[in-house]
Design a protein around this ligand. Structure first.
Ligand code: CP3
Length: 340
């Protein structure tokens, strides 16, 4: 049985076509998602309802024949599990009661609080065809901390940077608890059936110089080392979106990851030249190009595929699918990759 997505990490040769899945492949652009979302009431209830979350996880794979199903959940569920109140404001995004230190965070409830995510994974694995892979994920500590400190989405992570620069001990305390909580959350996901993991460092681009080393590379290294020490053997993809060329290379070469996710703003060819051949590259079609569709989409997809012809890679976007993406464009892309 060939499972294209897992296989890419283990094989030595290059397959005739790359495996494909898309970030945010389950979501608002799908009418069947919007139906389940309405049924659940709000986004968080949907995440914690294993019955509906597993249905929503499977929807894009059933409709488009992606090679993998990424579990429907959110990186911020971990904050909720640590005891920091989390809610989503319709049309705006996440809200948390902001914190400045780790004193009130409680690590003991990770497994009980996040058990519904494990249940979703078990249901998805059971229902999914055996040639498809289940992807589990978590946010990387810096990205998650940026929401915990600001209490909402921010453009430049100013509040989190201010705490890092003014009270390094307090900031490090938050990062340390997130490292341990993330390891436990990902172990839970693998025990439930996750076969590949992705670590989202969505705001890596706002860290400068040593900050990137200390708060992106070091935590990712601790998480990957911690997972391996606890017997986790599945491939791990790191995705430090928005960082510069040298930071991508450092992240790829020093954290112990198996796959490197690339954002759309970086040249895939120049990264590919500098990253060891045993690391699988993933990316990096702009979500806007998927939204446009047609010849422009196929030309851009073809460019990425031919640029990475000589190495093992995973076709993906450089960021999540935009909610107003036409369904036929997604089908066109998957059919194009499958026909290569
Ligand atoms: O299909 C999938 O990719 C799996 C599910 C998934 C979601 N969020 C569902 C979601 C994954 C992997 C994430 C990761 C995530 N969540 C990240 C990292 C990736 C990135 O986008 O940079 C971040 C930063 C978050 C935090 C988050 N969740 C924000 C800022 C928002 C609001 C903005 C938005 O896009 O609506 C969310 C909500 C969210 N997470 C939705 C979905 C499908 C939209 C919820 C809805 O209204 O239905």
């Amino acid at each position: 049985m060939i499972k294209p997505l897992e296989d890419i990490f283990r094989r030595a040769d290059i397959p005739s076509r790359p495996p494909i899945w898309l970030m945010r492949q389950a979501g608002r652009y799908l009418p069947e998602y919007r139906k389940c979302r309405a049924q659940a009431g709000d986004f968080l209830s949907l995440c914690y309802n294993s019955d509906l979350a597993s249905v929503v996880t499977l929807q894009p794979v059933e409709r488009f024949d992606f090679d993998a199903a990424i579990i429907f959940a959110d990186i911020l569920l971990l904050c909720d599990a640590l005891g920091q109140e989390l809610w989503f404001v319709e049309g705006e995004g996440p809200r948390l009661t902001p914190i400045q230190r780790c004193d009130d965070l409680v690590i003991d409830n990770i497994e009980t609080h996040l058990a519904p995510v494990g249940e979703t994974i078990m249901r998805v694995r059971k229902a999914l065809s055996p040639d498809k892979t289940v992807i589990g994920f978590a946010g990387a500590p810096w990205t998650v901390a940026s929401y915990m400190i600001a209490g909402c989405s921010t453009q430049y992570q100013g509040q989190a940077l201010a705490l890092m620069r003014s009270d390094r001990v307090a900031f490090q305390g938050i990062i340390d608890i997130l490292i341990e909580a993330t390891i436990r959350y990902l172990v839970l996901q693998v025990q439930a059936g996750a076969e590949v993991l992705q670590l989202f460092e969505s705001w890596g681009g706002s860290l400068r110089g040593n900050e990137f080393t200390d708060f992106a590379i070091a935590p990712a290294t601790s998480i990957i080392t911690g997972l391996r020490a606890r017997g986790v053997t599945v491939p791990i993809i790191g995705f430090p979106r928005g960082v510069n060329h040298d930071f991508y290379i450092d992240y790829a070469m020093s954290t112990g990851l198996d796959g490197l996710g690339l954002g759309s703003d970086i040249d895939i060819v120049s990264i590919s030249k500098c990253v060891a051949g045993d690391i699988v590259i993933q990316g990096n079609l702009p979500p806007e190009t998927l939204r446009v569709g047609g010849d422009m989409l196929i030309t851009a997809a073809e460019d990425i595929c031919s640029a990475l012809e000589s190495r093992r890679f995973i076709f993906n976007l450089g960021h999540g699918i935009l909610p107003d993406t036409p369904l036929e464009n997604v089908q066109l892309l998957v059919d194009y990759i499958h026909s290569r």
